[in-house]
Design a protein around this ligand. Structure first.
Ligand code: ATP
Ligand code: MG
Length: 267
């Protein structure tokens, strides 16, 4: 597989873990020494400034890509101990409408033009782009990326949304797609007959890049605008996915001993 540098994170359903995945992967790439640019393309439920505790510092964002300002001047480094991780905040839906009118471009054309400018910037090793649930922005930009991660949690509505998203993104020109399973509850597969990994892979018609377990501590970290601890199961899972994307062979639950010992249940 040719080297992957530019990743899009998408699903047609809201609240399935797209932003968590985009941030978790960006943090994992930066841990692996990659200069990583995280881009928030979600104009309706933008959240990466909040999840990184940098809402107060977000003076510039995606909308400023349509000015003469250099890209590096629009970026934040949200975590002092991770200078490798840079964030380009989203613009609001209102700003998108204003800019579209000013420039005589549709919202999709404008978003794609912004994505093209930021992808052309030479200051990153890896770029991860978060999108909103409606898929419009994701489809507008899909053909610019090396890999699209379609995010799904275990609910059957979310899995169906992943299948739908994959077929729309494929028509929009997405090159390679993988399923990223989020908030996975291994015990619920047997006890509550929730979908296991094989059912999710079969139903979405996508190859799976990895599984992120349900992690209560992740939610409280997000409320504080912090990343989960590096030793937490969700951080380990995102590290595994990041390494697979970089071409390493990584066992399903590497670094997650309590999941590795119950591996069969996940399937
Ligand atoms: N592995 C996980 N463990 C526990 N909770 C999780 C996990 N992944 C995501 N969540 C929670 O799920 C909720 C939705 O996550 P997130 O905001 O990333 O979804 P989204 O798809 O980006 O939503 P939206 O469509 O609104 O942008 C959040 O409360 C988040 O904390
Ligand atoms: Mg989101």
């Amino acid at each position: 597989m040719p080297a992957i540098r530019r990743l899009l994170v998408a699903s047609s359903k809201g609240g399935v873990g797209k932003s968590t995945t985009a941030l978790g992967l960006a943090a994992a790439f930066s841990d692996l020494g990659k200069r990583t640019l995280l881009v928030d393309l979600d104009t309706t439920s933008r959240s990466l400034d909040l999840l990184t505790g940098s809402a107060d510092k977000a003076l510039f964002g995606f909308g400023d890509l349509f000015t003469e300002k250099p890209v590096e001047d629009m970026l934040l480094t949200p975590f002092a101990d991770r200078p490798e991780l840079m964030l380009l905040c989203a613009m609001t839906g209102r700003r998108l409408r204003e800019l579209s009118k000013e420039r005589g471009m549709s919202a999709d054309e404008l978003l794609r033009a912004g994505v093209e400018r930021v992808l052309d910037w030479d200051g990153y090793d890896m770029l991860v782009c978060d999108t909103g649930g409606g898929l419009d922005a994701a489809c507008a930009a899909a053909s610019c990326f090396d890999l699209t991660l379609v995010v799904s949690e275990q609910s059957r509505t979310s899995i169906r949304a992943a299948e739908y998203a994959a077929s729309r993104l494929e028509r929009a020109g997405a090159d390679r797609m993988r399923l990223c399973i989020c908030s996975f509850d291994l015990d619920a597969v047997k006890k509550e007959h929730r979908a296991g990994m094989i059912e999710m892979i079969d139903s979405s018609f996508l190859q799976c890049v990895g599984v992120v377990p349900f992690d209560k501590n992740l939610q409280s970290a997000q409320d504080r605008g912090e990343l989960p601890a590096k030793r937490s199961p969700s951080a380990a899972a995102y590290r595994n996915i990041a390494r697979r994307i970089l071409g390493y062979e990584v066992p399903l639950f590497d670094g997650m001993p309590s999941y590795a010992s119950r591996r069969k249940r996940a399937l």
